[in-house]
Design a protein around this ligand. Structure first.
Ligand code: SF4
Length: 293
């Protein structure tokens, strides 16, 4: 199987067959991200994709789920995605779900008809969308290439086309003093867009990123650990959905909570409160480096 440079996939896809359809990230410009700075964006050739599927077929006979890598694979045109889906189904006819990372920008480039066709006829579903925050100003400062209005509009289009999608969020995006306000806006986003799953990590300050420079220059003041924990609590408190898997359990989070909302809301809040009550004041007032994923 061909993989170019570092390959990322969401933790719940740990047992999912991976197939490279792009290398790197087409955007590669978010101020906090260093994931693909060393990898030039490239679209994989169909011949190589078929070769990889032939190899995978020898190892895995009856896969029902496949994750297309890399950083924003839904950037591919609907035409190319249809061809890839046809190839996957040729070698894995039992395939139920073809999933991948998608930016909000990648949804914008597809028509409603294309989205519905990809969902209805090509088994593409369960997209992993990095929405990161519900705060429009924070989103703008991260240079993700779309606005908060775009986030609302494009997630609604996905839902209308019949897609399930999972939203990725980060704690601490607003920096010092803004955690509660960001949590309120992010909860509003989740409540209105109703993703199947929410996964939450914490903002890091990675080498080579604009954000790390901004921290050094004092342009961005990172939140303290206590602020991040209060933000995590407030978001859980305010999320008001019927049945959503909420996993705020990335290993760089100070406290790991994972379960379904609303049924496990109290348990999650109790875990965070208990952690805060037992933590050293010096830790709660500190700013963690979080420089690796
Ligand atoms: S956060 Fe995602 S979209 Fe932004 S540069 Fe990194 S991989 Fe690309």
């Amino acid at each position: 199987m061909k993989f170019t440079g570092i390959t990322y996939r969401p933790p719940p896809e740990a047992n999912t067959l991976l197939l490279q359809v792009t290398a790197g990230c087409a955007h590669n410009n978010c101020t906090y991200c260093s994931m693909y700075t060393d990898v030039k964006f490239k679209v994989e050739k169909l011949e190589q994709i078929e070769k990889d599927l032939q190899e995978a077929q020898k190892l895995y006979k009856s896969e029902t789920r496949i994750f297309l890598v890399n950083g924003d694979a839904f950037v591919l045109s609907a035409k190319k995605l249809r061809k890839i889906s046809d190839l996957i189904l040729k070698y894995f006819p039992m395939m139920e779900t073809i999933t991948m990372y998608s930016s909000i920008r990648n949804i914008m480039t597809k028509t409603d008809e294309e989205l519905k066709d990809l969902r209805d006829n090509y088994r593409i579903n369960d997209l992993w969308v990095g929405v990161e925050t519900g705060d429009a100003d924070v989103l703008k400062s991260f240079n993700k290439g779309y606005t908060m209005d775009d986030t609302y509009t494009q997630l609604k289009r996905l839902k209308t086309a019949g897609f399930d999608y999972n939203c990725k969020l980060m704690l601490g995006t607003g920096g010092r003093g803004k955690g509660i306000e960001v949590a309120q806006k992010t909860a509003e986003l989740i409540n209105k867009t109703k993703p199947k799953m929410v996964r939450e990590t914490t903002l890091g300050f990675f080498d080579g990123t604009q954000l790390q420079e901004d921290v050094k220059n004092g342009k961005f003041l990172p939140a303290t650990e206590l602020e991040i924990l209060e933000e995590q609590k407030k978001l859980i408190e305010l999320i008001n959905v019927e049945d959503t898997h909420f996993a705020s359990n990335h290993y760089i989070n100070a406290v790991s909570v994972n379960g379904f909302l609303p049924i496990q809301k109290e348990n999650m809040l109790n875990s965070i409160n208990s952690f805060i009550n037992n933590a050293d004041t010096s830790f709660l007032n500190s700013v963690a480096a979080r420089q690796s994923l």
